[in-house]
Design a protein around this ligand. Structure first.
Ligand SMILES: [Zn+2]
Ligand SMILES: [Zn+2]
Length: 266
């Protein structure tokens, strides 16, 4: 199962437009599969964006340009914080999508889509590098979007573009388990690194909490041995004999009798 991030809304603000109903959108322009992160093709900038929230759903705030890192100015997309309402039958929507996706499969695999989940001999890493932006979701949705608009893609038939998108989807699908494993491994690695990096800070905090210099001073002090202590390390010798011998014997006898009563066989 892919890790599910809880979509949290950080602000109550919306873009003050009317809520966007999924029923008014093309079915391939959103993804509300129950086991995946919800996302939508932003109507303003036509890029895929996360839908955040559990009950109140909103398009995550984003930039109109995805080239800010390359020096372009950051401009918040007016589609940010757009309220979204899921007013469609999700199961029916998904069933229809799955039907179309089966058509993307090569004939011999169409019956058993599951077969694609066997590991491929090719490693996953190079693919994720070549097609940085192509995820299982975007590959799937762009195939579906093409099918929707193409007159020549009917049933199992594909036009040139449709064929390319179908093959790309099937390829990404087959690589998904390896990619998932790859992602999980990367996350494990990151967590490990983080632990290593924070360990000294944690120790510093513990040291500060438990006295710091006062402890150090006490540690370094050449104190006289506590009277009655066995050694510098063991401290005082514990008494081995009972304080009141008579009372102790009485208790032992009583206990013995109690045990005898509980287990008469013995
Ligand atoms: Zn946008
Ligand atoms: Zn086509």
């Amino acid at each position: 199962m892919p890790r599910k991030r809880p979509g949290r809304i950080r602000t109550k603000n919306t873009n003050r437009r009317e809520a966007l109903k999924l029923s008014n959108m093309a079915p391939e322009d959103y993804n509300v599969r129950p086991d995946e992160a919800k996302s939508i093709a932003c109507p303003d900038c036509r890029s895929w964006r996360r839908i955040m929230g559990d009950t109140v759903l909103k398009v995550r705030e984003h930039c109109v340009s995805d080239k800010v890192t390359e020096g372009e100015k950051h401009v918040t997309c007016p589609g940010s914080d757009q309220l979204v309402v899921i007013d469609i039958d999700v199961r029916r929507w998904q069933a229809r999508q799955d039907r179309l996706l089966r058509d993307a499969m090569p004939q011999e695999n169409r019956r058993a889509a599951r077969q694609f989940y066997k590991p491929l001999p090719a490693p996953a890493a190079p693919v994720s590098r070549i097609t940085a932006e192509v995820t299982l979701m975007t590959a799937r949705q762009s195939y579906l979007a093409h099918r929707e608009g193409c007159m020549r893609c009917v049933g199992g038939q594909h036009c040139t573009d449709g064929g390319f998108l179908a093959r790309r989807y099937v390829l990404v699908l087959s690589q998904e388990p390896a990619r998932r494993e790859d992602r999980a491994e990367r996350e494990r690695q990151e967590r490990r690194t983080e632990r290593w990096q924070t360990a000294p800070a944690i120790r510093r905090a513990q040291w500060a909490k438990h006295g710091g210099e006062a402890v150090e001073a006490a540690n370094n002090r050449c104190a006289e041995r506590i009277p009655g202590s066995v050694s510098e390390f063991r401290g005082l010798q514990l008494p081995l004999a009972p304080q009141n011998v008579e009372a102790h014997d009485r208790r032992q006898t009583d206990l013995g009798k109690q045990y005898a009563r509980k287990s008469p066989a013995a």
